[in-house]
Design a protein around this ligand. Structure first.
Ligand code: VG1
Ligand code: CO
Length: 580
């Protein structure tokens, strides 16, 4: 059947389509306004320029509410704009790492990812659109800026109305659009990704862990997009016991709900798990959803000591807990993996060129880098900064304190990859999570890390707080002053110069550095969709007492940080909403 594209005029250009830390995230109602989604998608497509004609684009999302509708619109718009082939995950589902892999593998011009990641989903919650470029990574700042600039003056968008694709059936469909042949191929969301994981890891070695049923895992996909991947990889391919992966069916609202972390709720969780019901996703709540949910799970696992390894996969993020809910901070997880990469076939083959962490991520990995004699890069928050370093062959492994870990096999953080990496290490070392991490601390010392989030505060107050704190910590007299038992070494607003193209990204977070290596960091979240979220990060390094509870270690530093920033005066908040 032949189709023709049309141009649809916008009443007036939208002024609020500026991508944040990772894509454009807004309430679904905003995306559903006439022309809103179309405007952003057209801006993405226009930003690509002439090479869009005849290109291939990857399309998929995390299964949240509005993904299917948006996917149809985007197919119609891609073909109207001259894209030759759209590769779509079945039912519009593709995990962010799987999309990154597909873009690279198929030499696509890029990918449009329908996800607001850790933000809650559903008809009243958030939707999001990310654009990844041809390297498979999130569009760098110059590209997102161009997309935003285009959107502000966009007058019309192109679309092929009435072109309908069956996204639930795997297979290829050809269409005649404006006289040229175009193709939409619906693909198995998991197949290519699974193949990649088999190239990277020794599946035989990992599966030996599960033989005899001694080693038990519980992997929670939280009704997000990792469900189908985790089920197939851990249960079908690796032989983990049936039921090891829970909440594996992607739901449009990830299960809904709004619980607070407390023992009463944890009891319900225990009962629910016993029955095998799928209501874990109930903890989705605002930007810090993952954290609240995880706190509940820690309580739960403390009361239920049956799992050797528990890894919770939050879409593209991940968290490790060992037996007895031994919690591995993401900063430690990155460092421990860095120290053990030689146990993984991919790194035996490709070597380790360098390591990277985002600035607020604790510096444990820096010591591993020094030991391995490879450089360690410190980048601003957000995965997009790692892409250039990996493309240039400078970095093999990178991570963020916000539960993101990944390597140069793709250009996104990859929760399932991280689980497989940990399992590989445990299988080879024949040790427990706690054993591996404790030995790491004894060798390198420990970087205690903690984060406080003040979610949904009033934006004006948050901005004023940051401005005042910045002038305080950058004043020449600040260095050398005492903060309780600490001596201030200096303070700044972090700026990053990308060593591959010398581009500078400034104002990436206020850092207060102490003479003993401890740090306090403040930044405003760039992923929230309402008000502002202040994140306060604390770090303390020690070689002496490596097994103390983090809250004890930070008693002084946290109260000093809160006092210094005067959080209560600017925000009216006397306590954070989330502590991790
Ligand atoms: C947060 C995290 C950051 C992460 C980003 C996207 O950003 O702090 O480390 O890269 O989310 O993650 P912010 O600006 O809110 O602090 V995802 O998994 O939500 O795409
Ligand atoms: Co995510």
């Amino acid at each position: 059947m032949s189709h023709s594209s049309i141009a649809v005029k916008l009443d007036s250009p939208f002024q609020d389509q500026e991508p944040g830390t990772s894509g454009l995230r807004k309430n679904v109602k905003i995306f559903k306004q006439t022309g809103y989604t179309e405007s952003f998608v057209q801006s993405i497509l226009s930003s690509v320029g002439p090479s869009l004609k005849g290109s291939t684009i990857v399309l998929g999302g995390d299964g949240r509410y509005f993904v299917k509708e948006a996917a149809q619109i985007i197919v119609q718009m891609c073909l109207a704009n001259g894209v030759k082939k759209v590769l779509v995950g079945q039912n519009g589902i593709l995990s962010t790492p799987a999309a990154s892999n597909l873009i690279r593998k198929t030499k696509s011009i890029g990918g449009i990812l329908l996800t607001a990641s850790h933000n809650p989903g559903g008809p009243d919650k958030d939707f999001g659109i990310k654009f990844n470029t041809s390297n498979g990574g999130p569009a760098p700042t110059n590209v997102t800026q161009e997309i935003f600039d285009i959107s502000k003056t966009l007058k019309e968008y192109k679309i092929v109305p009435g072109l309908v694709c069956q996204l639930d059936k795997i297979g290829s469909s050809k269409f005649q659009v404006d006289g040229a042949t175009a193709e939409v191929e619906v693909i198995d969301s998991v197949a290519d990704y699974l193949e990649l994981m088999k190239e990277i890891f020794d599946f035989g070695s990992i599966s030996s862990l599960f033989k005899g049923g001694k080693f038990r895992v519980l992997i929670d996909s939280m009704h997000g997009v990792t469900g189908p991947y985790a089920k197939r990889i851990f249960e079908t391919e690796l032989g983990a016991a049936a039921g090891s992966v829970i909440n594996s069916v992607p739901l449009e609202d990830f299960g809904g709900g709004h619980p607070d972390p407390n023992l009463t709720y944890a009891e319900e969780l225990v009962t629910a798990l016993g029955k095998g019901e799928h209501d874990f996703g109930a903890a989705f709540d605002g930007d810090g959803v993952g954290m609240k949910y995880l706190q509940n799970l820690i309580i739960y696992f403390n009361s239920n000591l049956m799992h050797n390894l528990v890894r919770i996969v939050l879409q593209d993020r991940n968290m490790i807990l060992g037996k007895n809910a031994f919690f591995v901070t993401p900063s430690d997880s990155l460092a421990v993996l860095a120290a053990n990469l030689k146990l993984i076939p991919y790194f035996q083959k490709h070597g380790v060129n360098g390591l990277a962490r985002s600035m607020p991520t604790a510096a444990a990995v820096d010591r591993v880098g020094a030991d391995l004699k490879v450089p360690v890069y410190e980048t601003p928050t957000g995965w997009k900064f790692f892409g250039n370093l990996m493309d240039a062959g400078k970095v093999s492994l990178c991570g963020e304190e916000s539960f993101g870990t990944g390597s140069d096999h793709i250009r996104e953080k990859d929760g399932i990859w991280a689980v497989l990496a940990w399992l590989s290490v445990l299988a080879k070392l024949q040790d427990s999570v706690e054993g591996v991490v404790t030995k790491f601390w004894l060798k390198y010392g420990r970087n205690y890390a903690m984060r406080y989030d003040y979610e949904g505060v009033e934006s004006d107050g948050a901005r004023k707080m940051m401005a005042e704190l910045e002038s305080k910590i950058t004043s020449p007299s600040f260095a050398g002053t005492a903060l309780a038992t600490y001596t201030v070494k200096g303070g700044d607003n972090f700026a990053y110069k990308d060593p591959t193209d010398n581009s500078v990204t400034s104002k990436q977070g206020l850092r207060i550095m102490m003479s003993n290596g401890s740090r306090i960091i403040f930044r405003l979240s760039g992923t929230g969709s309402q008000g502002a979220t202040i994140r306060m990060y604390l770090e303390e390094y020690t070689t002496e007492n490596v097994t103390a509870p983090a809250s004890q270690v930070f008693a002084t530093l946290s109260s000093e940080a809160i006092r210094l920033a005067d959080i209560a005066r600017f925000t009216g908040r006397t306590a954070p909403t989330v502590i991790t």
